[in-house]
Design a protein around this ligand. Sequence first.
Ligand SMILES: [Fe+2]
Length: 436
Amino acid sequence: MTTQTSSQTLKLRSEDQPTTVKAVPLDKEIENIIRSSKNIFVGSKPSEKLSFGPDPEGLEILPTATRQRLEESGIDISKGYPSKPDKSKIPVYLDEAAAIRTDTYPFVERAKNADPEKKALLGAAKEVIHLTKHIGTEIVGLQLSELTDKQKDELALLISERVVVFFREQKLSPQKQRELGEYYGRVEKHPQAVRVNGLDGVSVIWSNYSTKKSKRPLTFKNVNYGNFNSNKYTGGTDDWHTDLTHENQPPGVTHLHLDAIPDVGGDTYWGSGYAAYDKLSEEFKKFLDGKKATYVSLHGYLDRNDPFAGPKKIERVHPLVRTNPATGWKSLFLNRKYTKRILGVSPVESDIILNYLFDVYEKNADIQVRFKWGPTKPGYGVSALWDNRVSIHRTVWDYEGQDERHGTRVTSLAEVPYFDPESKSQREALGLPLDE
Ligand SMILES: [Fe+2]
């Protein structure tokens, strides 16, 4: 008797008596079943098709401004856009997924070379506008694609000090955007994210496209769920979070460039982790300093030893209060979406403390900036560069898919997070009052 499986042939004796057979790698068999199934999917949302590469369906809704930018940049969109990842390269098993980028990458903090006064950058700008007291600065009159290395180093310092820096009216190709990201660190190449054709590491941020492909699209009502428990109620990112905190070396400079911007709506918020830390009492800060927590991935993978238990997330341990190497300031390093458990305290204590810290970070409007992307000159995009190590962010999905909004994101991985007990908080370092 011969039983065919997807990749192996098992030979049994006619009398049903097993004979010595070639060892079947069970993991591989399960993996093959999973990979060939249209209904079982680990790694991301279920996809309709297992195809990959440029997506013709994306072209149906491609904003005119985006098409213009891609064509001007020489990106071939004749077969479709954006490029879907090859599902066969997405890990199925947790150990494989966790092993990606566990090597320690030698990170160079560019801000360390910068002139603290940032004369080359700020001196060349037409205008420098602080959007709020504690977070967010807009630079007017400079093109990101033309910055010198000296200006890039100073920009790195400014981003770390002000948390997020904006540039309007930018002529920026996806290639140039990736080049700038490479200057700031190893560019993260997300195995599951749709990307610009031929440009791994340039992720496409395009809610109307994901809504079109999703079996559970965002709605006016369900975007509310993310405020409570986005992992449980929705997979969307319209809630406060920090990108990729489960990485061994989570991102530092993260750069979103929007080339299609709604006339009204589609704003983005950022919150300052330095200021959130400084909102706490000095006693509570002391308690938190040196504590560690677990951070989980967005996507789930199968446990090799228990594949039928369903997808599990990658978990990484990082310090809850983190020192920023550019400024030397302490920052809360946590977010409601991915920070799961403070180590060394009970689960109940951990939940209560984390929920309080999330609230402090998310609810204090004086430590946040809300950025309105538009308007910009036709044919020009707008860039936001933030320090992902010291911030949380969220988008505002108020345009409900009725307006065009499309962007490209390049994320540069930074250092392995650390806590330096000698480091100061931002207010301490700047000599600002710390009274209750
Ligand atoms: Fe994000």
